[in-house]
Design a protein around this ligand. Structure first.
Ligand SMILES: [Zn+2]
Ligand SMILES: [Zn+2]
Length: 248
């Protein structure tokens, strides 16, 4: 196989880097009767106005000619069914779509509209599902602590330490929390995945009072937190709440 003519994006890397003008990827196409290995695909280089389609219809993708010729030969020989070939190509394009790049060529609105139509194949939700799961794990852990006030009597948020019973804490923390599931899960995944800032990790969920946003701490953890928020000259970058007067 010849060397790629374009810089190959790292499939394991995060795709939300600067906008690329083209991507190149290599896919083993499975035709059911055998695999055509190392087929080179590209995206964003060729686009005929005669066939201006969305990426879901193959728009923007190109494929090396020898692979096309071999494929047609397989079809002509009756080894591969034409419909099977078409489906295999479409699937190969989807494989490239998912891990990187192509989603950057679509606008947010377009991606969201597509997600609303068919979330199961939404590349954005799929690509960021792990981040969302990690965030839910974190929320589970925060909630688990919050409902054990004897073990975790203090909580810090916005640079201030409170008790769990403090009215400020109660305003910030939800009365009840359950990890979203079913339709809730899908809705929240979409809300998160389509708006999270890939660099900072910030999302609307950070400001949603139905999620446990603060983390309760043991006395020792609170003292360590206070220590970590005290400068070398004793300057404090935190406060102890005047309403609840925590004494960690
Ligand atoms: Zn989505
Ligand atoms: Zn307080």
């Amino acid at each position: 196989m010849t060397a790629p003519s374009a810089a190959r994006p790292d499939p394991a890397g995060e795709s939300d880097g600067p906008l690329r003008t083209a991507a190149l990827d290599v896919v083993d196409i499975d035709f059911g009767v055998g695999i055509m290995p190392g087929v080179e695909f590209d995206y964003g280089r060729l686009r005929s106005p005669e066939r201006d389609r969305s990426p879901y219809g193959g728009g923007g993708f190109s494929i090396e000619l020898p692979a096309v010729l071999d494929l047609l030969e397989l079809v002509a020989d009756g080894q591969v069914d034409p419909r099977q070939a078409r489906e295999a190509l479409r699937e190969a394009a989807e494989k490239i779509y998912l891990p990187f790049t192509v989603m950057q060529f679509d606008g947010d609105e377009q991606l969201t509209a597509r997600c609303v139509q068919d979330q199961d194949s939404c590349p954005v939700c799929e690509h960021r599902r792990d981040w969302f799961e990690a965030l839910l794990d974190e929320n589970d852990s925060r909630w688990g602590r919050y409902i054990q006030p004897e073990a975790y009597p203090f909580i810090a948020g916005a640079g201030t330490v409170h008790t769990l019973a403090c009215s400020v804490t109660r305003r910030v923390m939800p009365d009840q929390y359950e990890r979203p599931s079913g339709d809730d899960y899908r809705r929240e995944l979409r809300r998160y995945a389509h708006s999270v800032d890939a660099t900072s990790g910030r999302s609307p969920l950070d400001h949603d009072s139905s999620y446990p946003r603060w983390k309760a701490m043991t006395g020792a953890e609170t003292r360590a937190w206070m220590e970590a928020n005290t400068g070398p000259k004793g300057g404090r970058s935190y406060k102890l709440c005047q309403h609840c007067g925590p004494t960690p």
